[in-house]
Design a protein around this ligand. Structure first.
Ligand code: MIC
Ligand code: SF4
Length: 642
């Protein structure tokens, strides 16, 4: 039987396991990336592991999230990251050089290789035919140290593309259409492979928009074949030697095939507050718009920006709309400047921001109260923009510009298409903001500089055989990591300060959570389905661990978050009977007996002390995960295993 593209890369990187869907496989990781908001933790963990130098083919530390520097905290963290990277053999991409996923695509991604990154949108590199996963910082630290990365062998989905996009219909609309079809849970446990004749019509940046947003489906990752389009992109980046052709076998078998006719697609829009709340733009056309933000790792390529510039050229944005444009990288910004397109963007009244995540992670540009904000980003979770009552919609750059010009949500296919400037034969390559690491000799004496914002890593507690704990929070379906551990300008600078962060845990859902959890001692959280969707931030596990949370019981979990819970030593349990969810109420006292035997057997029994009711809970953990949990998390485990 033939293999899918992802199966081929898994087979060539498999260190352990047998590729049966749902069973664990250990993968050799060729490349890693970190960003600053998750990177400080990852490198503290790497240091704690006592490894001298990274063992990957390539590891890169990017600074792109925390660039406001409203106090000393960010600057100190950047200096820590720069010095720790230099010492441990990691390339350092300086603040201003661009968003990690955009820069990695331009300068480092390679077809056929594996990549893990401490950011959930690491699958962006799948646009180049790379098998790339988002992971928690600890998993990235382990991979930097030469350890395997464990995934549950995914099912294989295929999206078969036919036709070609009409003018002003874009790759973003393809992503939104798939989210409409599958929902934010539809990709859980699956790799999404893109194929069919329509693939040839999409450039690498367009493919990367699509693999980027595969994260919002809950997919393990997404990947495109590597073909002549890939070769042309790598050649234009001056690295044609990184090209290899890669595709699935003609007789590869998929668990599910979805067809999308690009020619029939219309501009789509995700309405508040979920990326799968998708309708066609014409269905909400005419809604007044207050703000438009263009950029993020989803839509900040040169191709996107040239299109934006061409549509804005000679026009002025509507006086009622505030508009930001953040190019994805220094390469993009320089090329926009050199060809004059930047001037067209500036002349239109747009505010050009630095090459960073910016408004996407709530670092500035929070909308006005109750404001309608159209964003070319990938997430519109409640409160993420920095304004809790804002109405955030996700759109393509074309829809964003059409709406910024008219002041109301506008279907861009109702406008005359403008001819964008062609893609260059050669990108401007300038890697001067990517600092190579020190030589092993120089590294021996190099100092790692730490600021006072770096606080001690919280220690997980080993499990005893019984546990008595209070149900400190009960929440519903689709809880995101932005609910659990918000980001944004006020909080993000404290990503290496877990005690400080703990004040903000679950603040959008329940402002009293932190105090209640602290008072309870050992605590339990109960959630609905897809608990922990969204980001890879391990802070959404470390902070609850710090606040005494020992178990999270949910109907189902998102992939990266459940791995982070285990790494933090928090026991993830699922209801054997989802109806038991309804019987539990906040503040109940819960008890667990014979925990160790239960964990080994995969079924733990919990008693609700208020009613005496016994509730069976599943815990599907590999033997390695069981050991990690019992000793109170991956760091303790790594130390114990030596
Ligand atoms: C995000 O988009 O939510 C982030 C910020 O990039 C996160 C990582 C983080 O929380 O630092 C992600 O997607 O993993
Ligand atoms: Fe940055 Fe936003 Fe992309 Fe996350 S989704 S990496 S915050 S641009």
């Amino acid at each position: 039987m033939g293999m899918t593209l992802a199966q081929k890369i898994i087979a060539s990187h498999k260190l352990d396991g047998d590729m049966t869907p749902g069973t664990p496989v250990a993968l050799r990781i060729d490349q890693t990336l970190t960003q600053d908001a998750t990177g400080t933790m990852a490198y503290l963990e790497l240091e704690a592991m006592g490894i001298e130098r990274v063992k990957t083919e390539l590891s890169v530390a990017y600074v792109d999230h925390n660039t406001l520097q409203s106090g000393f905290e960010n600057a100190d963290d950047h200096r820590y990251l720069q010095t720790v990277a230099a010492k441990y053999g990691v390339y350092f991409s300086r603040p201003g050089n661009g968003i990690c996923h955009q820069v990695h695509l331009e300068r480092f991604g390679k077809p056929g290789k594996t990549l893990i990154g401490s950011d959930s949108h690491t699958p962006t590199a799948g646009g180049l035919g790379m098998l790339a996963f988002g992971a928690g910082g600890l998993d990235v630290a382990v991979a930097m140290g030469g350890g395997a990365y464990y995934i549950d062998m995914p099912k294989m989905f295929k999206v078969e593309l036919t036709g070609a996009l009409s003018p002003n219909v874009t790759a973003k609309d393809v992503s939104l259409e798939l989210l409409r079809i599958l929902s934010v849970k539809g990709g859980v446990g699956a790799i999404v492979e893109w194929g069919g004749e329509g693939v040839k019509t999409l450039s690498v940046p367009q493919r990367a928009t699509i693999t980027n947003m595969g994260t919002e489906l809950g997919a393990t990752t997404s990947i495109f074949p590597s073909d002549e389009v890939t070769r042309a992109f790598l050649k234009a980046q001056g690295r044609e030697e990184d090209y290899i052709p890669l595709q699935s076998d003609p007789d590869a078998v998929y668990d599910r095939v979805i067809s999308i006719d690009l020619s029939a697609l219309k501009p789509m829009i995700a309405c508040p507050h979920s990326p799968d709340n998708v309708v066609s733009v014409d269905a909400v056309a005419g809604t007044k718009v207050d703000q438009v933000c263009i950029g993020s790792c989803t839509n900040s390529s040169l191709q996107d920006m040239l299109q934006v510039a061409a549509m804005l050229k000679g026009k002025t944005v509507h006086p009622g709309v505030s508009i930001s444009v953040s190019p994805g990288s220094k390469q993009v910004l320089r090329m926009l400047a050199d060809c004059g397109a930047l001037s067209d963007i500036l002349a239109s009244g747009a505010r050009v921001l630095e090459c960073a995540c910016g408004p996407c992670i709530g670092m500035g540009f929070a909308p006005n109260s109750g404001g309608v904000s159209l964003r070319t980003f990938n997430r519109n979770f409640l409160g993420r923009s920095g304004t809790k009552d804002a109405q955030v919609y996700l759109v393509s750059p074309e829809t964003a510009v059409a709406s910024a010009l008219s002041g109301v949500i506008t279907d861009p296919t109702t406008l005359e298409p403008v001819a964008a400037l062609p893609m260059p034969e050669q990108f401007t390559v300038d890697d001067s903001a990517i600092l190579p690491p020190l030589s092993p000799e120089e590294a021996k004496t190099a100092q790692v500089l730490r600021g006072p914002n770096i606080k001690e890593f919280p220690k997980g507690k080993p499990f005893a055989d019984s546990l008595d704990a209070r149900l400190v929070l009960k929440v519903g379906d689709n809880i995101t990591t932005d609910h659990i551990m918000p980001a944004g300008a006020k909080i993000l600078p404290y990503r290496s300060n877990i005690p400080f962060l703990s004040q903000f845990c679950f603040q959008v859902c329940d402002p009293d959570f932190t105090e209640r959890a602290k008072a309870a001692g050992d605590g339990v959280i109960v959630g609905g389905s897809n608990y922990g969707q969204g980001s890879s931030r391990e802070h959404a596990a470390l902070v609850p661990m710090y606040l005494g949370i020992r178990c999270v019981i949910a109907k189902s979990f998102a992939r990266i978050h459940v791995a982070n819970l285990i790494n933090a030593g928090i026991l993830p349990l699922t209801f054997a009977d989802p109806a038991d969810y309804d019987c539990l109420s906040q503040n109940s006292q819960l008890s667990f007996r014979d925990l160790k035997a239960g964990i080994a057997a995969g079924v733990v029994e919990m008693t609700d002390e208020a009613t005496g009711r016994k509730i069976p809970l599943h815990c599907q953990l590999t033997p390695r995960q069981q050991k990690i949990l019992l000793c109170g998390g991956l760091l303790n485990y790594t130390k114990e295993e030596g």
